[in-house]
Design a protein around this ligand. Structure first.
Ligand code: HEC
Ligand code: HEC
Ligand code: HEC
Ligand code: HEC
Ligand code: HEC
Ligand code: HEC
Ligand code: HEC
Length: 618
């Protein structure tokens, strides 16, 4: 090696070392210094290539949260958090709410997730690409995840990704408290495939127009012009000039104390109840009503591993401090009678007269959370499921997907917990005992042509079909594959055609998908049992007998609640009878005590009389 190459190598080595040193250092905003006064964010905007956005540049590019916020906060650490890691994390923990792909015209309703929860289907398995997933469900996803993890050049949509760009973690959807941040714009931009413009479009300082979807595969965003022959408008952003100061800095109103409304954009629920048709008749969680916030319980550090709050989480994640953020963690006393890691300890319940067995048999949420159980289950609508808060959605009560609530189901540990439920409905191929869903593009035309005579339901619910139609569709599908049998999974059953006749059988893969209900916590006066033990222990208690809809485009019979528990209705009712006689029993006890007491008094006076008599005789 000669001197000259060393003189080149030396600065290179120094650069690498400095680079290593800098990357190992926490970034400016990473570790809070301890001030409770928020840091003022007057910052430079960066585009996805990390060059600063200046108003005179053309074309103007949207700012990227990865490079803008990432210049002072460790983006890689943040984007590994629970909200952003569905495509990469391997320990999915307990079941959560799935994405639900539904289409009444093809009779489908499929719970999807990239997570390994039992009973969900991976979008890939129904032929839904990551690109399509982002377009469809990204509306209520805080960004990151599969939208930036996919190996673009390996994917069938490589060229489209190149035009649309990354789906960065959208820090603003949670942290921006500017009331002009319009979260519904995000959904619109995703539909137009304006992925890299989507987060910026919600900010009050930026205005996005045009559509990446209308641009050809070779479209170059730096060139910024549409191909001559087309009238389509390329995606573009305009910034509010007044918002920029002389140093090209912009003010963001970001905070750690995220207001509930920001979380509600994605976590609202609304039960469909004929007796409560007005919005004001629906309340929120008792904690929020009393002034607590979501982030008082669902917290995280820079890693954004938000606390999910369920009982077993601290064990699964080997972090004992998480136990302080469960229901019992805040409401039961530990060894010292105090929870150590925060100062939000709640009232400690007495639960007078409730045999301890009930705490082994039920979770706290069973008696305290979700809708009050009635004679019949309800449908409920959610942001993730029904696109609440975005434009152009079907507001009808019965629009798909059909999420049924509340169900008291026994989980694998034997506890009875409250859950939401969705019944899968899809076309599949059965091979041996295994059913795999069909690619969603492979059956659409066949199903639609058989159902073409059906009137379209404006309420977005199932059409009224009969068995013959299903049979006809299955017969048309038979010829597509030789080795497997086409089946229709619906309402807990699997339908297939045999010698031209429609048959059905039970199958484990047809079972309903369920996920636990944590909210809303009702006030103590509305807990199950606040009306007395016979809220449950009575013959006709909806706790056992509430009728649960078996949802399907077919007409199906409801089932009763106790079918989802290992209890036996007869013995529960026999036991409940005991509670009918409890007041009597009390009467009998009081009566016996009265008799015994009377006898004692009688004997006492008799004795006394004898004693006085004896004295007198003396
Ligand atoms: C120029 C550097 C810089 C940039 C760029 C930046 N931040 Fe910060 N951020 C900071 C500093 C410094 C703190 C304060 C850390 C502390 O508490 O000591 C902070 C704190 C925060 C906090 C906690 C605020 C609080 O109330 O305690 C949030 C949330 C946050 N930043 C989000 C963002 C988001 C979102 C972006 C992108 C829009 C962003 N930051 C861009 C430097 C920056
Ligand atoms: C899904 C909502 C959500 C999104 C999206 C989100 N955050 Fe957060 N972030 C939170 C929550 C919740 C906390 C914890 C709040 C608390 O402790 O009260 C937090 C805390 C922080 C903190 C303080 C961390 C500390 O050290 O205590 C910073 C800084 C921050 N976020 C920056 C960002 C940046 C930058 C992005 C985008 C890359 C982002 N966040 C995206 C929800 C979110
Ligand atoms: C842009 C939409 C969006 C926003 C805003 C958002 N979330 Fe989420 N949240 C989701 C999605 C989607 C999931 C499911 C994630 C998954 O499975 O991949 C989720 C999951 C969760 C979970 C875990 C639920 C479970 O199954 O245990 C909690 C807790 C949570 N969010 C709390 C919050 C809080 C608190 C805020 C406000 C600081 C918030 N979220 C803001 C979309 C959002
Ligand atoms: C971070 C701590 C915390 C967690 C976690 C928590 N709570 Fe609470 N809870 C409180 C506090 C504090 C109050 C008192 C609010 C007030 O009245 O000011 C409260 C109030 C209540 C009440 C209302 C009592 C009344 O006066 O009507 C009920 C019921 C309740 N909690 C049940 C639950 C259930 C069930 C869970 C689990 C889903 C839970 N809590 C989780 C802190 C917590
Ligand atoms: C079998 C039903 C049932 C179960 C299970 C149950 N509770 Fe309760 N809870 C009640 C009833 C009924 C009340 C109201 C009467 C009372 O205070 O005893 C109540 C009251 C409460 C209160 C209000 C106390 C107050 O003084 O304001 C809190 C907090 C509470 N429960 C938390 C919990 C927690 C935490 C768990 C789980 C460890 C739990 N409950 C399990 C039925 C139940
Ligand atoms: C008082 C504490 C507390 C508050 C406030 C709170 N949560 Fe929760 N949350 C919990 C606990 C505890 C669980 C887990 C309950 C269980 O199943 O044991 C939970 C469960 C959840 C779940 C998963 C189960 C479900 O019902 O879907 C989501 C999502 C969630 N919370 C979001 C939120 C959002 C959004 C807010 C604010 C609007 C919020 N939480 C406010 C304590 C809280
Ligand atoms: C949420 C509904 C619910 C409420 C409220 C409730 N129970 Fe129960 N209870 C049950 C169920 C379910 C079982 C059966 C558990 C089993 O056998 O596995 C049970 C079992 C029992 C048992 C039998 C215990 C045993 O060893 O087999 C007694 C005694 C009892 N409850 C008394 C009460 C009293 C007293 C109250 C009111 C203070 C009450 N329960 C409130 C649901 C409830």
């Amino acid at each position: 090696m000669n001197n000259r190459s060393i003189s080149y190598l030396f600065p290179l080595l120094v650069c690498i070392l400095i680079g290593q040193f800098l990357s190992g250092q926490p970034k400016l905003g990473d570790s809070p210094a301890g001030s409770r006064s928020p840091a003022v964010h007057r910052i430079k905007l960066m585009d996805h290539d990390s060059s600063a956005i200046r108003l005179f540049k053309t074309p103007l590019l949207p700012f990227s949260t990865e490079t803008t916020c990432g210049s002072c906060h460790d983006y890689n650490v943040i984007s590994s958090g629970w909200h952003f890691n569905a495509g990469s994390e391997t320990k999915p923990g307990r079941n959560g709410q799935p994405w639900i792909y539904s289409d009444p015209n093809t009779l489908t309703q499929i719970p999807l997730s990239y997570r390994d929860w039992k009973g969900v289907i991976n979008p890939e398995d129904i032929g839904m690409s990551v690109f399509e997933f982002v377009k469809t469900f990204g509306r209520h996803h805080p960004g990151g995840s599969v939208g930036e993890q996919e190996d673009r050049w390996q994917s069938e949509n490589a060229f489209r990704w190149n035009v649309s760009g990354n789906v960065d973690v959208n820090c603003l959807v949670c942290h921006d408290v500017n009331p002009a941040n319009d979260r519904s714009h995000y959904a619109k931009q995703l539909q137009k495939e304006n992925f890299r413009w989507a987060a910026a479009s919600t900010a009050s300082i930026a205005d996005v127009s045009g559509s990446a979807k209308d641009m050809p595969d070779h479209y170059d965003i730096y060139y910024g012009l549409a191909p001559d022959e087309s009238k389509a408008i390329p995606p573009q952003v305009k910034y509010d000039k007044i918002a920029f100061n002389e140093k090209d800095e912009v003010f963001f109103d970001v905070t750690r104390n995220i207001p509930n409304e920001n979380c509600y954009f994605c976590h609202s629920t609304m039960v469909v109840d004929n007796e409560r048709t007005e919005f004001w008749q629906h309340g929120q969680d008792v904690h929020l009503q009393r002034g607590m916030n979501c982030v008082d319980c669902h917290r995280n550090g820079l890693d954004h591993q938000i606390i999910r709050g369920y009982e077993n989480e601290s064990v699964e994640k080997k972090s004992p401090e998480l136990a302080d953020f469960t229901c019992a963690g805040c409401h039961a006393s530990n060894e010292y009678g105090l929870s150590v890691s925060h100062n939000n300890k709640g009232p400690i319940p007495e639960h007078k007269g409730l045999p301890p067995l009930h705490f082994d048999k039920f979770s706290c949420t069973t008696c305290h959370s979700g809708e009050m159980v009635k004679e019949k289950s309800f449908l409920t609508k959610t942001s993730m499921g029904h696109g609440l808060g975005t434009h152009g959605i079907n507001k009808a009560d019965s629009t798909l997907p059909h999420i049924i609530t509340p169900i008291f189901e026994e989980d694998e540990t034997g506890k009875i917990i409250p859950v939401n439920m969705v019944w899968p409905s899809y076309w599949g191929w059965k091979n041996g005992d295994n059913i795999s869903p069909m690619n969603k593009d492979s059956y659409t035309s066949i199903v639609k042509s058989v159902l073409s005579e059906m009137p379209i339901n404006l309420n977005g619910s199932w059409p009224n079909i009969d068995e013959e139609m299903i049979n006809n569709i299955l017969i048309s599908l038979v010829s597509q594959e030789i080795e497997s049998t086409p089946v229709f999974v619906s309402g807990g059953k699997v339908y297939f055609t045999e010698s031209g006749i429609l048959k059905d059988e039970a199958h484990s893969q047809a079972k309903a998908y369920t996920w636990p209900i944590g909210h809303n916590v009702r006030p103590a006066t509305m807990a199950l049992g606040s009306g007395g033990c016979n809220d449950c222990h009575r013959l006709d208690s909806p706790f056992y007998t509430s009728s649960i809809t078996v949802d399907s485009p077919f007409k199906t019979d409801d089932v009763i609640m106790i079918e989802f528990q290992s209890q036996n209705l007869f013995s529960a009712q026999v036991f409940a009878n005991a509670f009918v006689f409890r007041p009597w029993l009390k009467g009998v006890i009081y009566f016996s005590v009265f008799i015994v007491a009377s006898l004692v008094i009688l004997f006492f006076f008799n004795g006394l009389q004898c004693w006085i008599g004896d004295k007198n005789a003396e």
